[in-house]
Write a protein that binds this ligand. Structure first.
Ligand code: HXC
Length: 513
């Protein structure tokens, strides 16, 4: 017997997964196979597969006659931009990519390697969930994965790419990772599917509406990045990886080459409208501060009143958290606080310096927000900034009102530097509301209350609708021209390169959840 040929044949059998028909079906649905996906994700020819001959151990419900080498998941390691990553890719052509005991063991094996060797793990999910024929061993397999997701959290970057079904408890592995990518039309995530929903709540809803990429991008915030198809999503994952370090003890790559269009220095000063109550797009302001085309927005369609994402300044990766005056006037609400807090914590865990760009009128008032817990959720953002030990800089472009001034990376919660533009207004509240409260009696008894109110509003605005009161007290370190912002930031982030700060000894903090 030709042993080498035997090996080659076995490899080919494993690579065929569930067979040509099922591969064709996968392609018909505009989905790539598990291996095709890995090949697009990783640098060319860098994939090293492990466990391609693993078979399940089940002999129930006819499974004993349905053993396919690899058991529905392709696992191994390779490189992205020359750096090691670990990967698993579920193969829907094999029993719907369902998770058996051995399928879970394969995933856990690469996760353990990733954790030990301090490199990112990327999961490509396309699975019908727990292998129903196997029962509890499959559930235990999921728990083994969740446990490792939690151990790895904050230690190595973990990315989940949902490229097909991801239902039931299976959703909790992606949920425990740092970022979720979803593909439009072909991926969905839900704890209970449309049939169960109909039985329990009598709601009729499609899979797409319940748990498709759009629903999770806009409504739940579970999905961080939406992509059109399998090819674009894998390209976006590769791109994001270029902003991330390998683990919590290293830094993101810092390319020395970067481009910056100098016309942006003129543009930045003309973005804010003359009337400070009018909106503008904060993304334009961010773009004028950073290296050309370097902004990678995270959670773009969720809580649009806050903008978060990765960018580069002179090649150095930073995380940007910015209020968005173009959406709900940039007010902080529950979703914006959760979104901001999660991003700040990711950056802090992985040594990515933070830039906060502030124009915030305060927290959103109302029973809806109060009863749903804006107090605890708002505290998340406050907590996240306060505990972050990475370099932290704030630029106040316009409003910094009330508690939101404190929350948005103020000096008093540990920011290293705060800059303000001449247009900054740093006060307890807007001048109109402030005048109404503190001059209530004078306004009520005035001959012309409206005129008195206006006069008092102006008085308050003259006092606080500028950055100089805060600068006098050192709450901002410098007042700068918009056109100076990029150079100030570049110098400041360079200056803060060696920052080392330790939190008081603790087992872990107790962030308000
Ligand atoms: C075993 C499964 C399977 C599963 C699919 N298959 N899901 N086999 N266990 N969970 C098999 C099918 O029998 C079929 O085999 C093949 O995969 C393809 O499935 P189809 O149904 O033909 O595909 P499609 O029409 O695209 O539908 C995909 C699907 C559907 C929506 C995912 O298969 C489905 O609803 N599956 C069950 C989902 C589910 O309830 N899973 C358990 C969730 S609970 P053949 O041989 O016919 O090709 C869970 C608990 C986790 O996961 C708990 C963790 C704590």
């Amino acid at each position: 017997m030709d042993l080498n040929k035997q090996l080659i044949d076995k490899r080919e059998a494993s690579k065929l997964g569930g067979g040509a028909d099922r591969i064709a079906k996968q392609h018909e649905k505009s989905k790539l196979t598990a291996r095709e996906r890995i090949n697009l994700l990783l640098d060319e020819n860098s994939f090293q597969e492990m466990g391609m001959f693993v078979e399940h151990r089940s002999d129930s419900f006819g499974l004993e006659k349905n053993k396919i080498p690899g058991d529905g998941v392709v696992t191994g390691y390779g490189t992205i931009h020359g750096r090691t990553v670990y990967v698993f890719s579920q193969d829907f052509t094999v029993l719907g990519g369902s998770l058996s005991e051995t399928h879970a063991e394969k995933i856990c094996k690469v996760m353990d390697l990733a954790i030990k060797n301090r490199a990112p793990i990327i999961g490509l999910n396309d699975s019908g969930g727990a292998r129903i024929q196997e029962g509890v061993v499959s559930l235990a397999g999921y728990a083994d994965i969740f446990y490792r997701n939690t151990l790895a959290s904050g230690s190595i970057p973990q990315l989940s790419v949902v490229m097909g079904p991801c239902a039931g408890g299976a959703v909790y592995s992606p949920a425990l990772t740092d970022f979720i990518f979803m593909v439009e039309d072909t991926s969905y995530m839900f704890v209970t599917g449309p049939n169960v929903v109909k039985t329990v709540t009598h709601e009729e809803v499609t899979s797409e509406d319940l748990g498709g990429a759009k629903a999770h991008a806009e409504k739940s915030g579970v999905n961080h990045f939406t992509s059109q198809n399998d090819v674009t999503v894998l390209h976006e994952v590769r791109d994001l990886m270029s902003y991330l370090p390998q683990n919590c003890e290293t830094f993101a790559p810092h390319p020395t080459k970067f481009e910056f269009n100098p016309s942006k220095l003129d543009k930045i000063g003309s973005i804010l409208p003359a009337n400070s109550t009018l909106p503008y797009d904060m993304r334009e302001v961010i773009d004028c501060m950073i290296d050309d085309n370097s902004f990678r927005e995270v959670h773009k369609d969720f809580a649009t009143n806050i903008v978060v994402g990765f960018a580069r300044i002179e090649g150095r990766t930073i995380g940007v958290v910015a209020n968005q005056p173009a959406s709900l006037a940039g007010v902080l609400d529950i979703d914006a606080s959760r979104k901001g807090a999660r991003f700040v914590r990711f950056c802090d865990a992985f040594n990515i310096p933070l830039l906060c760009v502030e124009d915030v009128p305060g927290f959103l008032p109302g029973t809806d927000q109060e009863w749903r817990g804006i107090i605890s959720h708002g505290a998340k953002l406050l907590y996240a900034f306060s505990e972050a030990t990475v370099p932290r800089i704030t630029v106040i472009t316009r409003k910094a009102y009330g508690g939101a001034f404190d929350v948005m990376n103020s000096k008093n919660i540990g920011a290293d530097l705060n800059f303000a533009w001449p247009t900054a207004e740093i006060a307890v509240m807007g001048a109109k509301g402030a005048a109404e409260i503190i001059f209530k009696r004078e306004i009520a008894t005035a001959e012309n209350p409206e005129a008195k109110w206006k006069e008092k509003e102006q008085e308050y605005a003259d006092m606080f609708a500028n950055p100089y009161k805060a600068a006098e007290r050192g709450f901002v370190d410098d007042v700068i021209l918009p056109s100076e912002t990029r150079s100030k930031l570049a110098a400041a982030f360079k200056m803060l390169e060696g920052k080392k700060e330790e939190l008081p000894t603790k087992k872990h903090g107790n962030i308000p959840l």
